[in-house]
Design a protein around this ligand. Sequence first.
Ligand code: B12
Length: 210
Amino acid sequence: MKILDEIKEALMKGDANQVREQAAKAVAEGLDPVTIINDGFITAMSIIGTKFKNNEVYVPEVLVAARAMHAGMDAVKPFLAGDALQEKGTVLIGTVKGDLHDIGKNLVIIMLQGGGFKVVDLGIDVSAEKFVEAVKENKPDVVAISALLTSTIINMKGVIEGLADYRDQVKIIVGGAPVTQDFADKIGADAYAPDAASAVEKVRELVGAA
Ligand code: B12
């Protein structure tokens, strides 16, 4: 559909005004807001995610695309029926204790939101205790842990140990530049992903929404 193509193109260019206007126009023309979100916003964000993974676009492009997606969401949200937009699941995410890096984590959040997940962001420097408390409170489907320092990745193990009693309710995914599949296996994580686009694919698999 032409208008959906225009929305996708504008979103990938990061043109927030155009996305907002075209999305509002699509709603006015009678297009289902859920179709606009799924076949417009989410499709375009996943293309951006793949391009980012392949080094065809960089952090700034992802951020402007995300801003455009949020502008489009603002335009269609008022027209969504109560529970029309089924979230695919809830992901609780944070950067481990002692680690202040959050640029990568924030990109993972953007891609997860773009993929239809609800995200609860605990921020940076998050202790194992805080992760556990937040799991009790938010009952997420997946806990995502980020770390960027070789000196802090070991704190992921503490979070995983702290969540021992919850492993039948929650899956755990880890990531960040120094993290490897081998390390993820050693500390007992359910999954690892090297970048934000693959993180969404893995989380989909974890919640059975692939
Ligand atoms: C920006 C940055 C900072 C900023 C952070 C700002 C912020 N708000 O995040 C500041 C200046 C604060 C900083 C501080 C420090 N930093 Co620094 N920093 C970097 C830098 C330049 C970029 C990191 C980054 O954002 N990359 C871009 C993002 C997009 O990539 P990413 O984080 O890897 O995320 C991707 C994937 O890893 C993955 N991912 C990330 N998280 C998750 C989570 C999950 C669940 C999944 C599935 C995937 C996933 O998806 C992301 C998107 O694709 C790197 C060097 C580099 N080029 O990587 C050093 C680097 C990480 N920093 C380093 C160091 C040493 C420090 C300091 C100790 C420096 C100092 N002496 O003060 C402090 C530590 C502060 C602390 N306690 O955390 C070292 C780490 C070395 C090591 N092996 O441990 C690096 C590698 C620089 C270097 N070559 O020495 N840093």
